[in-house]
Write a protein that binds this ligand. Sequence first.
Ligand code: ADP
Ligand code: ZN
Length: 643
Amino acid sequence: MPAKYHTAEEALRTVFGFHEFRGHQAEVIAQVIGGGDAVVLMPTGGGKSLCYQIPALVREGTAVVISPLIALMQDQVNALTTLGIAAGYLNSTQSPDQRSQMERAFLAGELDLLYIAPERLSQPGTRSLLERVPIALFAIDEAHCVAQWGHDFRPDYLQLSVLADLWPDVPRVALTATATEATHTEITERLRLGDAKHFVSSFDRPNITYRIEPKDSVSKQLVSFIRREHAGDAGIVYALSRASTEKIADHLSSQGIPAVAYHAGLDPSTRHAAQARFLAEDGLVVVATIAFGMGIDKPDVRFVAHVDLPKSIEGYYQETGRAGRDQAPATAWMAYGLNDVVQQRRMIAESVGDEAHKRRLTAHLNSMLALCETVECRRVNMLSYFGESSDPCGNCDTCLDPPRSWDGTQASQKLLSTIVRLDRERRQHFGAGRLIDILRGNPTDAVHRWSHDSLSTWGIGADLTEAQWRSVVRQLLARGDMALSTDGHSTLGVTEQGWDVLRGNRTVPLREDVVRRAGSAGSRSSRGTAGTSTTGLAHAGTDAPEGSSDGSSEAVDALFESLRSWRLGQARERGVPPYVVFHDSTLRAIAARRPSSLDELSTISGVGAAKLAAYGESVLAVLSGDEHRVDPDEDEPAEHSEN
Ligand code: ADP
Ligand code: ZN
């Protein structure tokens, strides 16, 4: 029989080794243990799993977790098993034998939690199976999949409303990391959660530093960003096309940064292998299209990079949210440039669909561009997009390094009048490249062929560099109220506002672009020692460890590295990802505290009873610098002398 616990606190401490609940966890758990329904909106990394795992350990019966992420069920079950929780799953990846074995365990009441895919619920066999055993609760994970207009819609989620009829007395908890009001409403209605309590958390992720820089040579910028701030760390790089994921992965590998590509065009076994490596290794970079990442609960992804402009803030926030689930410092980095704007505007112009659809896409893109060009706090901008008001965060590039602005009115007038003259005098329309050549007086073949050197604006913009001109064009295109427009052919036109600028009725303050190059000053390491934490969330390793004999930061770092390599050995031996053994944050706390007994070790967050029994002695051996001390045949740990 699975162990049951009397209180939520007892389960939290004993099973998970955590000392306190986070955010709304305690309230959600109390609601579900009390038999009520709940709708939980919590950002990625907020700790949704505990909201149903703890009630599963306290309520009578087996908790049924409905999840669309079939490929990850095995990992989730493995992680629970190492915590001493009896969990299993039923899905199409199992052999009939494995399935019937699992069904037997379930019918015998041996399971605390059973994970199933939503499509199984419509099979009569599954329903009658579930009816034969007391159900502790239903957890509907990734509940936004029920939202028909959302991007992750799964038709099978619609029929989950029958749970309300078939099991009226079993509490249901729906969980999602999607923040919009529309999705929230759809979840409540379609899953028939009219009587549920709602728990809406702040969607802020204070441990993530947001940075957006102008695109120059993006592969080089990416390499220097990783080297400077995240050498040896796990990360995800998002790119728009399959081809560019492969190109970038090759480039990173050639620069000594272990990386693999991941996209929908790869065959399933290659994709699966990439994902498995990402979970199993400490410092792999996956370069992916958006197909990668949903449900990946690797807690120690230290950075998410975008080398192409995302289509909406919603998508961007979801993708960057995959960094730093463990609450330790992480970075969301993006490089963005003029071509991104032109390309995305063109994609919208060429997209199939009615005008209303195109207007929606344009609105999404404009919000994303406003985020890129803002001179104010990035976080304030994003949170307000989700309807949350906040103060400047102190942990994004614009807060840390306020951008300088310059008066771009004259430059804008030069550009706009060039466009107007070409149109009026010659009925010609061009993209940014040619316009900049004309402004800078750059005598290319094309310029001669078209006699652009006879234009009155020829060479009047030689005072700005090509990069500066691209920045002007980009900003005029990106800001909603600005002077330039582009159609489906990448050529530029002057808007109403543009005419105001030409007439001198409107000034144009522009942001000064700063491209950071390798080794340039002002870089910030989320791992380094100086001035890293502006959020008060510094990990244990950088705080001065109290009461530690050798608390120097180097000693703690060295110990942390020894613990990390010990952990890798344990993970390989057991065939689980390293973070399933212990999280980085737990290892850091161990390195800082240097516990000298099992009792002391058990007080560290993340060390529960099962892990203490499985790894405790071995950890103490690493700390005493004598990893071979533990003899598995001995009952008592060997004595060790202080020296
Ligand atoms: P979500 O599903 O909301 O993205 P998870 O449930 O995966 O988040 O939790 C994120 C991380 O935070 C996990 O590694 C989990 O172990 C850890 N965690 C959750 N709740 C607590 C807590 N109360 N104390 C310490 N760590 C926690
Ligand atoms: Zn900020």
